[in-house]
Design a protein around this ligand. Structure first.
Ligand code: PLP
Length: 457
């Protein structure tokens, strides 16, 4: 017969045992404890569990992609009316009587300018409408600086050295343009308020070799940050050592809100104008993520003096942009309000995807300390920082498991992330169920990479 004391011992043992099992399960999922606080033994256990999960994933032969910020087919379907807008139409003139089918009107249809004026918050007189890609327009504007220069200054291509400021993490394709032209790129850390303006001011005012800076001022790619009012004012007030220093204000996500709390970006063009600094500013936008990427319409805004320089460039390059595409966009949207309605419909498709990523990351990585990420109020990306030294490995493991994510390092000039930590998550393209699966795969790869790294230390 067991005594009361024995019974109590047994009960206590059972309770402790039960807690140990729960602890073990949580430990194996790696969510109750920071990996960096684990003992080697605990790390071995989470590593073995992640390895098993990874093997199971390999057997599934997945084919998932969350690499680029592309709209999904459902989003693209919303704009099909653009393609029909010119159907069975016999009248192709705009309000000024310009025939959109013919050559000419180098800077675009007035009605298209009015739509971009709403998006970019600049008067139509400062707007030049381009073709299908704002990135292409940025390339052209940089290339004009290289071959002919701005404001009568020596062309950048004739200088021994041109330097360019690159807020990081940033947009890989911006960096590719400045790398292509052989400019030396200087990393500027992104703070919650935008680029580190102390550093920007110090460098720009002291070094005449610095000719430009890339900025994605609203819902930045990939950080989701919107520059604060103070940051914008400090940009407008810059006193560059180089007379031909230019801010490339790529407002690609100017109306791409995801929540009921849209962020407000102060108008750089107006602020710069008030400072007599408007020549320093080039603003860009496009309908790529409103209608069709690759078949939308792009635009830029510039000062009167810059427009004179750019007119020479653009009218030499082409006899006129694709105005039929502009006309069908105008007929489809009518005005800027039409664009705003479209963005509401986009939000309905995109918002659940962003929420799904956030939810699954929380479930899978919880308090593991392996990653931090943001939930932006707009734009196309979730910015994820994993345990330093792990991003490249996570990318490779994901790739082998059939999941393509943005190349680790891509968010830094020359593909070199000094911490090997930043990973851009693009939730827009896959459907929610695939996205959830992709984030689970990503999490397993991160657990595997991180436990391997910590075990090796
Ligand atoms: N700028 C930013 C910040 C982007 O993220 C992208 C696309 O992802 C682009 C420009 C490309 O724009 P477009 O299609 O007008 O060339």
């Amino acid at each position: 017969m067991t005594s009361l004391r024995d019974n109590n011992e047994i009960l206590r043992f059972k309770i402790i045992h039960k807690y140990l099992i729960v602890y073990q399960i949580l430990l194996l999922k790696g969510i109750d404890m920071k990996y960096t606080d684990m003992t080697k033994e605990q790390l071995k256990e989470v590593h073995a569990a992640a390895e098993k999960e990874y093997d199971d994933i390999l057997r599934m032969e997945l084919n998932l992609n969350m690499a680029r910020g592309k709209p999904s087919a459902v989003q693209l379907d919303l704009a099909l009316g653009v393609l029909e807008a010119l159907h069975a139409r016999s009248h192709f003139a705009n309000s000024k009587g310009d025939d959109a089918r013919n050559y000419g009107i180098w800077d675009g249809l007035e009605e298209m300018k009015a739509i971009f004026s709403g998006m970019m918050e600049v008067p139509t007189s400062q707007i030049i409408i381009g073709n299908n890609s704002s990135l292409g327009m940025m390339f052209d504007v940089v290339s004009r600086g290289v071959t002919h220069g701005y404001k009568g200054c020596k062309p950048w291509g004739k200088l021994d050295k041109v330097k360019w400021l690159c807020p990081v993490p940033g947009y890989d394709r911006h960096f590719r343009i400045t790398e292509y032209f052989g400019f030396e790129m200087i990393n500027i850390p992104m703070l919650p308020t935008g680029p580190d303006m102390d550093m920007v001011e110090e460098l720009v005012s002291s070094d005449p070799a610095i000719k430009g800076i890339w900025c994605v001022p609203k819902y930045s790619n990939p950080t989701g940050i919107t520059f604060s009012d103070e940051t914008v004012r400090r940009f407008a007030k810059l006193r560059p050592a180089a007379k031909d220093f230019r801010i490339f204000w790529d407002n690609a996500y100017c109306i791409h809100d995801l929540t009921d709390n849209p962020e407000h970006l102060l108008n750089l063009y107006d602020e710069a104008l008030a400072e007599g600094n408007e020549d320093m500013v080039f603003v860009f936008a496009s309908t790529s993520k409103i209608t069709f990427p690759g078949a939308g319409v792009c635009a830029m805004a510039a000062s009167d003096r810059n427009i004179v320089d750019l007119k020479q460039h653009f009218t030499t390059e082409t006899i006129g942009p694709d105005k039929l595409n502009q006309l069908r966009h105008v007929l489809f949207f009518h005005d800027f309000n039409g664009v705003k309605l479209m963005m509401k419909a986009h939000r309905e498709i995109l918002e659940p995807k962003f929420r799904a990523v956030d939810r699954v990351l929380k479930e899978e990585l919880g308090d593991s300390g392996l990653a931090t990420w943001n939930m932006p109020n707009g734009g196309y990306f979730i910015n994820c920082n994993v345990l330093p030294g792990c991003a490249k490995k996570v990318f490779r493991l994901c790739k082998m498991a059939g999941l393509i994510i943005t190349d680790a390092g891509a968010t830094y000039p020359y593909g070199k992330d000094p911490d090997d930590s930043n990973i851009r998550i693009a939730p827009s393209f896959p459907p929610v169920n695939e996205l959830e699966q992709a984030i689970r795969v990503f999490s397993v790869c991160l657990k595997l990479a991180a436990s391997e790294k910590l075990l090796a230390e």
